[in-house]
Design a protein around this ligand. Structure first.
Ligand code: 4NP
Length: 164
């Protein structure tokens, strides 16, 4: 049975689409074919939009395919549809936790960077690059690539501990 991971930010046009594309490529490179990645935003302003061009350019320059993204909105149904739900920042986490149908569902919600070997309790967010310049997107992609490598390595353990 496919293990499904949802990566979630605010607009679903910068951070979570970048994580979506990076994770898909790293899973494919690792030969993992029983994990599906989806992404969405807790805000609905960009539903139906492609990725922010700055995020898309950064991904394209790094060898990823950014062309297929269509922004979606996170809803409570995403808990039933996914095994693991990953928030990019604390505010996304709080918004997602509020929509969890049960306490057991909220236990499948984690910070994306909880997999990052360089994260600390004080430095656990993927910062929103939307309001800043290009350098924010460079920093975010490095964080996402590092975290995705660690997450892919954890996949066998995640699948083994899946809740039915
Ligand atoms: P994201 O960035 O959450 O990483 O996709 C943002 C995109 C759009 C907005 C905020 C953050 N916005 O306010 O429209």
């Amino acid at each position: 049975m496919t293990y499904r991971i949802a990566v979630v930010c605010l607009g679903n046009i910068c951070r979570s689409p970048m994580a979506h594309v990076v994770l898909e490529k790293k899973l494919e490179e690792a030969g993992v074919d029983d994990v599906e990645i989806v992404s969405s935003g807790t805000g609905g302003w960009h539903t139906g939009d492609p990725m922010d061009p700055r995020a898309a350019d950064r991904l394209t320059q790094a060898g990823y395919d950014a062309s297929q993204h269509v922004a979606r909105k996170f809803t409570t149904d995403w808990y039933a549809e996914n095994d693991l739900l990953l928030a990019m920042d604390e505010s996304n986490y709080a918004d997602m936790a509020e929509l969890a149908p049960t306490v057991a569902d909220s236990e499948r919600l984690r910070m994306f960077r909880s997999f990052d070997p360089q994260a600390t309790e004080q430095d656990i967010e993927v910062p929103d690059p939307w309001f800043g310049g290009e350098e924010g997107f460079v920093e975010v992609l490095a964080m996402i690539e590092r975290t995705s490598d660690a997450l892919v390595a954890e996949i066998p353990a995640l699948i083994a501990s899946r809740q039915s």
